[in-house]
Design a protein around this ligand. Structure first.
Ligand SMILES: [Cu+2]
Length: 282
């Protein structure tokens, strides 16, 4: 009996550590990886906290599942008809009844405290160093930099046949959003037609893009690199083909990009090419 319980515990412990480690082992920065089963790598303080919260919940739920498993096994072995031919007639036990009410309440409190702290971190937008306006369209994103002269551009998925080496299929875009590292970026999100959702897993952000409404979120990327996301609200035929690519660069590289982007996109402003151009690019 005890060896069975110990074996079950050992198995669950191994499984848990495998699950916790797998994300780090397989994850490719900023995008999903083959056989990945944990969350994507964290590139912002918010996502780091989401990782921590997720790990806490995984530990709690594993402990609960093991407890219930042990109780079931004990009941099945010790109180079956053969092992226990004369059953007890007990129908109440005040201590146990209080315990199985109070313990779940305490567990919920343990979960609620970090949960609300995380929500507070996500929803309280700090003093922004840069504002980025994101607009969802059927089926591409457009970006504007209101703090830097208000230039903007459209960002379309690169069709599979045009992919360059290193560009991930269904995620690479023609015009990436570029932001500086270690700066608070305020993201204002809206849509031009139907509801979309702006989501970048490594940043821990996912926010609805609603026509006629401006939603706000923020991120501070702490590592340079390219981070990918996808529209996360069913928005029509090409919902799956409007990826998000954010390139995080040093302050110096960002200034250089700004100068070049201002010149490039001033002559070719966001034009809402829309469906026709996208269909032509396919
Ligand atoms: Cu969409």
């Amino acid at each position: 009996m005890m060896s069975l319980v110990r074996a079950a515990g050992l198995f669950a412990g191994t499984l848990l550590s495998a699950v916790l480690a797998s994300g780090a082992a397989n994850a490719q920065m900023g995008q999903a990886a083959d056989w990945q089963i944990n969350l994507q790598d964290a590139a912002t303080p918010v996502m780091e906290r989401i990782h921590g919260f997720n790990d806490l919940l995984l530990i709690i739920i594993t402990a609960i599942v093991l407890l219930v498993l042990v109780l079931l096994v004990v009941v099945a072995l010790r109180f079956n008809e053969r092992a226990n031919p004369v059953p007890s007639k007990t129908s109440h036990n005040t201590l146990i009844e209080v315990a199985w009410t109070v313990l779940p309440v305490l567990i919920l409190v343990v979960i609620a405290v970090p949960s609300f702290r995380l929500l507070h971190l996500q929803l309280n937008i700090p003093e922004a160093d840069l504002t980025l306006k994101v607009t969802g369209h059927q089926w591409y994103w457009s970006y504007e930099y209101p703090d830097n002269g208000g230039f903007g551009f459209d960002s379309y998925m690169v069709p599979t046949k045009d992919l360059k080496p290193g560009q991930p299929r269904l995620l690479a875009v023609d015009n990436e959003v570029v932001v500086p590292v270690n700066k608070n970026i305020r993201v204002q999100v809206t849509a031009a037609d139907v509801i979309h959702s702006f989501a970048v897993p490594s940043f821990g952000i996912k926010i609805d893009a609603l026509p006629g409404r401006l939603n706000e979120t923020w991120f501070r990327a702490t590592r340079e690199g390219v981070y990918y996301g996808q529209c996360s609200e069913l928005c029509g035929r090409d919902h799956a083909f409007m990826p998000i690519a954010v390139r995080v660069v040093s302050e110096k590289d960002f200034e250089a990009w700004l100068a070049q982007a201002k010149a490039k996109f001033a002559s070719a402003p966001a034009d809402g090419r829309g469906m026709l151009a996208f269909a032509a690019a396919q």
